[in-house]
Design a protein around this ligand. Sequence first.
Ligand code: FEO
Length: 391
Amino acid sequence: MFNVPELADKIYFLGARDWHRRIFDALIPLPQGTTYNAYLVKGSDQTALIDTVNPGFEPELLARLSQVMEPGELDYVVMNHAEPDHAGAIPAVLQASPRAKLITTAKGASMARTYFQTPEERIMVVKDSDTVTLGDKTLRFLEAPWLHWPETMFTYAVEERVLFSCDFFGAHTAFGLYEDEVEDLPVLAKRYFGEIMMPFRLPGQKALRKLADLEIGLIAPSHGPVYRNPKKILAAYQDWTSGVTGEKATLVYASMWQSTEKMVFHLAEVFQAEAIQVCLYNLVNADLGDIAKDLVDSRALVLGTPTVLGGMHPLALFGAYLVKALRPPAKYGAVLSSYGWGGGALRQISEILSGTNIELAGAVEVLGPPTAETLEQVEGLGHKLAGKIKG
Ligand code: FEO
């Protein structure tokens, strides 16, 4: 027997818990595992499964479904998003439910054909605001492209005021069913936003404007807990998608002989003396989710790297690439660098940052370990940057 809780009138949680998964996208650490949330909406006449689960969890999903209804009688499978962690079980469900149609956007339809070989006659394409009636329940589909793939949409159960938001408002944790059951959810949700949604802040703002007209009683995302009091997460997403930053700096570095590290530590001292919130990460052992979380609302970014083999340290290069790809709202940046005989790292990192909206407030580069004079330069740079952060 599986636990199949009823979240609202005849709306059931059919999600699978991946307690021990520790990495996502071969990149993102999952300290508490994750869930793949699927939901069943059982109307008086028809039924709809909202999203499915990660490959490997098909038998579990079908077993959960069987506890609430006969899978062969399912009418619709709604695919809010085609990524395999939610859509990977679609072939198994369509096989077990021979009359079910797959509801998705036009782009989703094309992806379903490509990724899951879904036959044309099983696909039903919906547009923004289209509805499907299940008898006493209505589903409305809201296109929400680029959250975080081009085909994404939300599904809204009108009478019960439940928003199935796919990855938006998600969090990677296998713990808890509702938001108040996971103590550190605010941090986990912010990590998730930084990792997945931060590069898509504009589509996120558009989606929130669309949601402003809806009465939302429950937010049921595709990962992590369901929000039965959605006010706080909606407010947080308003801030995060708008790029609201605080008097906060994220310092990310690699260091081989502690010369770069000394400069980074010195800058951190200056920031702390200036009452700037400091989040400092050595890329050797940093958790990428923590960095992504702190980039969500940091106003400044400091990158530290030595020169090695004529360029940036590979870890710092990875960090800089990631920062660029995540498109954080940071306005100001600085670079600290040490080299042994010939430079190269500073030029390379300046080139990378020039492709962003981050204004470089300055850089300090030193031959060998930092001297008293170098640290004075770092101090000057720190005060200058602090002034910009506070300004
Ligand atoms: Fe959780 Fe984009 O899939």
